[in-house]
Ligand binder design. Structure first.
Ligand code: C2E
Ligand code: CA
Ligand code: CA
Ligand code: CA
Length: 278
């Protein structure tokens, strides 16, 4: 029994080691990727209902590593843990502003672009100053950008979140609560924090038509949005049935594979930006 005990301890140590090594390896690769500019931004349209017109887009980062596109789920968590999300976030924001500038210079439409922010970025004292400087550098306005943060990120430190977000809100940036409904905090923050929009998490959208409790939840969120004068976006809309439900219930905006997957900038600029304002 003693021998078995020792060998299982040994096995545990080995797998721990493997995990730590993989993590360190990933961190080193990420660092290099930041230095070598290996990231690209994909855009996913946001669609206004009921007319189904383009009303914005979300910027989603991709890592092109050795020719392969690595999805954010594989590196954002590590970037957040190591703090590399701060320089990476700056790359994302700069790339987005550069794209919007180019669209404008070419006479294309410039829908508002939503950028995901992590708590690490939000709680840096220089966040607002950095964003203001970049906006000025590209000669754009806060109206060009929307900032998406999850409720969990904001609630990590509500007071500091409120201070940081107020600075951005007062300057004209629009702020959205991402993954709405998946956190565990009370709804009180909705009236305290300067937010304009909530994004219904895709886990609630996915079971529309299958689970009436999810439908009730979506209805409740839409009602909260109306009564608090917040915009509401449903994310992860994949089927016609989900779209029908959401438009019947008066959901103002949707985002999802049904309309479009996130796409590279070269494709997004031809998607609808080159059609007249509608
Ligand atoms: P998120 O902010 O909740 O983004 C929505 C995710 O849902 C994206 O995954 C998007 O591609 C995916 N999605 C969109 N429509 C559908 C649909 O109809 N069905 C399904 N199943 N999925 C859909 P993605 O691009 O893999 O990003 C994953 C997460 O990584 C994001 O979740 C966000 O938390 C994080 N992320 C992505 N880009 C950035 C970034 O620039 N900065 C930060 N801090 N986080 C980012
Ligand atoms: Ca998001
Ligand atoms: Ca989300
Ligand atoms: Ca999410």
């Amino acid at each position: 029994a003693k021998a078995a005990g020792r060998s299982s301890v040994c096995f545990f140590d080995k797998s721990m080691n493997a995990r730590v090594i993989r993590r360190l390896d990933m961190e080193a690769k990420l660092r290099r990727a930041i230095d070598n500019d290996e990231f690209e931004i994909h855009y996913q349209p946001k669609i206004a209902l009921p007319d189904r017109t383009l009303c914005g887009a979300e910027a989603l980062v991709r890592w092109r590593h050795d020719g392969v596109l690595v999805p954010p789920a594989e590196f954002i968590p590590i970037a957040e843990e190591t703090g590399l999300i701060v320089p990476l976030g700056l790359i994302v924001l700069t790339s987005v502003l550069r794209h919007i500038r180019a669209w404008r210079d070419e006479g294309l439409r410039t829908p508002r672009i939503a950028v995901n922010l992590s708590a690490r970025q939000l709680f840096r004292p220089d966040l607002a100053a950095t964003i203001f400087r970049l906006i000025a550098e590209y000669d754009l306005s806060p109206q060009n950008i929307e900032l998406e943060l999850t409720e969990t990120q904001m609630m990590a430190d509500p007071e500091r979140a409120e201070a940081a977000l107020s600075q951005l809100h007062d300057a004209g940036f629009s702020i959205t609560v991402d993954d709405f409904g998946t956190g565990y905090s009370s709804l009180g923050y909705l009236k305290r924090l300067p937010i304009q929009c909530v994004k219904i998490d895709k886990s609630f959208i996915q079971d529309i038509g299958a689970d009436s409790r999810d439908e009730a939840l979506v209805d409740a969120i839409l009602a909260i949005g109306r009564s608090m004068k917040l915009d509401v976006v449903a994310e992860g809309v994949e089927t016609e049935e989900q779209l029908q439900f959401l438009s019947k219930r008066g959901c103002p905006q949707i985002q999802g594979y049904l309309f479009s997957r996130p796409m590279p900038e070269e494709q997004f600029r031809h998607w609808e930006l080159d059609s007249p304002e509608n």
